[in-house]
Design a protein around this ligand. Structure first.
Ligand code: ADP
Ligand code: ADP
Ligand code: ZN
Length: 214
């Protein structure tokens, strides 16, 4: 099963992708996590991406497309995968279609997690991320068992630099300009499924299981 997670920054893509990954046993491929790992390891890709990420802008399409094209050929992807945060622009979606078509392959579901902008800023301020394993929490809506510590791996949780309100506003603008048009794009391909992302985390997951099947 191949799934794309769509939605504004903070809509809950990562939170849901983590649960989908556990239930259906397919990997979560988060392009944001891959870039952050590259930044941490001081790679050339990380250095290039950081400039855009700090500003709240998208990393250029060519950098992200090559990375995903390679990642989905890994062995753990043979039964499917969840693309979390990719594609984020029409050129990325077109490139993915082209890559999959050349492999006689296709995406099965595009899950659009719908959350209005008003809810997003509050969510982002309370988000805490594990730089180690990529898990995300919320100080109010999804707290870890021990404050500041990742349930999964014991890593120390952080507030991401780009989750500060000024950067979140820029990311929302970028989302509306460049990513939201993908809703129409996938509606035309007839694989778009909308999910009400304002509900509680478990309710959102239940809506997703309804779509994907048990
Ligand atoms: P969020 O969890 O808020 O949706 P991500 O962790 O997915 O954020 O992404 C963080 C940043 O990484 C983005 O703001 C962007 O700069 C960069 N990024 C991640 N995925 C992509 C992509 N597919 N195309 C371009 N930039 C990306
Ligand atoms: P995205 O990957 O789309 O950027 P995340 O999954 O990281 O979003 O979620 C953003 C923040 O909102 C996190 O702190 C997360 O714990 C919290 N969150 C996710 N889903 C919900 C929800 N349904 N209700 C309230 N808070 C949520
Ligand atoms: Zn962790």
């Amino acid at each position: 099963m191949k799934i794309i997670m769509l939605g504004a920054p903070g809509a809950g893509k990562g939170t849901q992708a983590q649960q989908i990954s556990a239930k259906y046993d397919i990997p979560q491929i988060s392009t944001g996590d891959i870039f952050r790992a590259n930044i941490k390891n001081n790679t050339e890709l990380g250095a290039k991406a950081k400039v855009y990420m700090d500003a709240g802008d998208l990393v250029p399409d060519d950098l992200v497309i090559d990375l995903v094209a390679d990642r989905i050929t890994w062995d753990d992807c043979k039964d499917g995968y969840i693309l979390d945060g990719f594609p984020r622009s029409i050129p990325q979606a077109e490139a993915l279609d082209e890559i999959l078509r050349s492999r006689e392959d296709k995406v099965d579901y595009v899950l659009d997690i719908d959350v209005p902008d008003e809810n997003i800023i509050h969510r982002m301020g309370g988000r805490r991320a594990c730089p180690n394993c990529g898990a995300t929490y919320h100080i109010e809506f999804n707290p870890p068992k021990v404050e500041g510590v990742c349930d999964n791996c014991g890593g120390e949780l952080i507030l991401r630099d780009d989750d500060k309100p000024e950067t979140v506003k820029e990311r929302l603008t970028v989302y509306h300009d460049q990513t939201q048009p993908l809703i129409d794009y996938y509606e035309k391909e007839d694989i778009l499924e909308s999910v009400d992302g304002t509900k509680e985390i478990d309710d959102v997951f239940n809506q997703i299981v309804e779509i994907l099947g048990e």
